[in-house]
Write a protein that binds this ligand. Structure first.
Ligand code: NAP
Ligand code: G4F
Length: 408
């Protein structure tokens, strides 16, 4: 009998890599997904097999972290031995716009799931292990350098506050009910499947489109923030290793190197041999009310006790993401050249069109918290040259208001 795993957030970046990983290990994998008016399974479509076929080991169930009954129903149906809780409203800037919703999904949603898992274990008598997707964002205004499992949390966003609550709930279920429950405190991890409004993917998507003449400008926020960026494919292995360990525990997962957003930007543009000074400008909409200035993880415990180590560094990540996004940009360029779609220069419109091209939902390039339909920033990142050019773009191609709602 194959081992059975249940994943919430299966349609997200990490959900897709974890599904791939577990199927590779022979697991039967069940995923909880939300119903939406468009398809949201793009990241796992390559793994999905028609249920009428043979040896089908990936199954999807409609559910929601906010719907406790759905979680209980799925658990009793699926009877998993491992539960990975990856579902979240995971965008930090968006959490300032939707703090209550973010807290409900992350903090209360995790509690719904922990309660359901505890009851499932107690009524079925089955052993079950629980993984919680905790975040380096919880360190916030960092108290030590680097951060490890003993570093105090000092959250700086509604997202991080909610993750801290979910972290302690997980610890409490371990201590109060002897549940095998682990927190993975994962530092930023990226991939070609990263959502397009997170800064790394936003940069690699834009740079490849700029290279092919599909876009002219890239608007960003704080370029001085530093992050410890790893590869998502490496990090899902750490999640699995935590649940195979002899004791339930909490682990930092990180590369141990930190880079500024500016470094990632320069690495990307350098790889494509284009000059960021000609294309990149600051837009204040992408600044956060409170920022996490630096994150740097110490994953010694995961290395020593789980035997885990990262395999991709930041320049390797840039190459991987740029190569993948260049393939998308080339497809788009071919369709523009053949006259199948119109050439458009703004990030907002081209993101819309590119998403339609790929058959996936629109992922906006705008940001919340500032007047809609108006670009408010525009100072050059590398000098003083961009103000007029940005103003020209703004006047000629005003971004529709509805494109500016949501994280960027
Ligand atoms: P992601 O790409 O944004 O995926 C989030 C997933 O959660 C999606 O499948 C989404 O479904 C689902 N979801 C959102 N709200 C839900 C709800 N109410 N009920 C059920 N599912 C819901 O995030 P990720 O990068 O894969 O990250 C996975 C987890 O790790 C998240 O909890 C995140 O906060 C955490 N984390 C991420 C990082 C990182 O650097 N990536 C670092 C530390 C921690 P839809 O497809 O329907 O939106
Ligand atoms: O890519 P980001 O949006 O990721 P952030 O905020 O670090 O959060 C990610 O990592 C966390 C782990 O630490 C996860 F828990 C969380 O779910 C998510 O996956 O922003 C990274 C940095 C920030 O300092 C931000 O201010 O990039 C800066 N930045 C600069 N310009 C930008 C932009 N971020 C975004 N999203 N968009 C910009 O235009």
């Amino acid at each position: 009998m194959p081992r059975v795993a249940l994943i919430t957030g299966i349609t997200g970046q990490d959900g897709s890599y974890l599904t791939e990983f577990l199927l590779g290990k022979g697991y039967e994998v069940h995923g909880v997904m939300r119903r939406a008016s468009v398809f949201t399974t793009e990241r796992i479509d390559h793994l999905y097999r028609d249920r009428h076929g043979e040896n089908v080991r990936l199954h999807l169930h409609y559910g929601d972290l906010l719907d406790a009954m759905s979680l209980r129903r799925i658990l009793s149906l699926v009877q998993p031995s491992e539960v990975y809780n990856l579902a979240a409203q995971s965008h930090v800037l968006t959490s300032f716009e939707q703090p209550v919703y973010t807290a409900e999904v992350i903090a209360i949603g995790t509690l719904h799931l922990l309660e359901a898992v505890r009851d499932y274990r107690d009524t079925s008598g089955n052993d079950v292990r629980f993984y919680q997707a905790s975040s380096s964002e919880m360190y916030g205004k960092v108290q030590t350098m680097p951060q490890n499992e003993h570093t105090p949390f000092c959250p700086r966003s509604p997202y991080a506050c909610a993750k801290v609550q979910a972290y302690w709930q997980t610890v409490n279920y371990r201590e109060a009910y002897d549940l095998f429950a682990c927190n993975g405190i994962l530092f930023n991890h990226e991939s070609p499947r990263r959502g397009e409004t997170f800064v790394t993917r936003k940069i690699t998507r834009a740079a490849t489109r700029i290279k092919l003449g599909l876009q002219d400008k890239l608007f960003l926020g704080n370029l001085d923030a530093k992050r410890d960026w790893g590869f998502a494919g490496d990090y899902v292995e750490a999640m699995w290793l935590m649940l195979q360990h002899s004791v339930a525990d909490d682990f930092v997962v990180a590369t141990g190197k930190t880079y500024a957003v500016r470094d990632f930007l320069e690495e990307t543009f350098g790889y494509l041999d284009i000059d960021p000074a000609e294309h990149v400008a600051i837009d204040e909409r992408y600044l956060r009310p409170t920022e996490v200035n630096v994150l740097l993880g110490d994953a010694a415990k995961a290395r020593e006790r789980l035997g885990w180590k990262p395999t991709v560094d930041m320049p390797g990540l840039v190459r991987m993401m740029v190569d993948s996004d260049m393939r998308l940009a080339k497809q788009e360029r071919a369709l523009v050249d053949a006259g199948h779609i119109a050439g458009q220069s703004t990030a907002e419109r081209s993101a819309d069109r590119a998403s339609i091209l790929r058959g996936v939902p629109f992922e906006e390039h705008g940001g919340p918290g500032k007047p809609a339909g108006r670009l408010v920033g525009g100072q050059s990142v590398f000098g003083e040259v961009e103000k007029q050019r940005v103003a020209a773009v703004d006047r000629s191609e005003p971004a529709p208001a509805n494109r500016l709602a949501g994280g960027g």
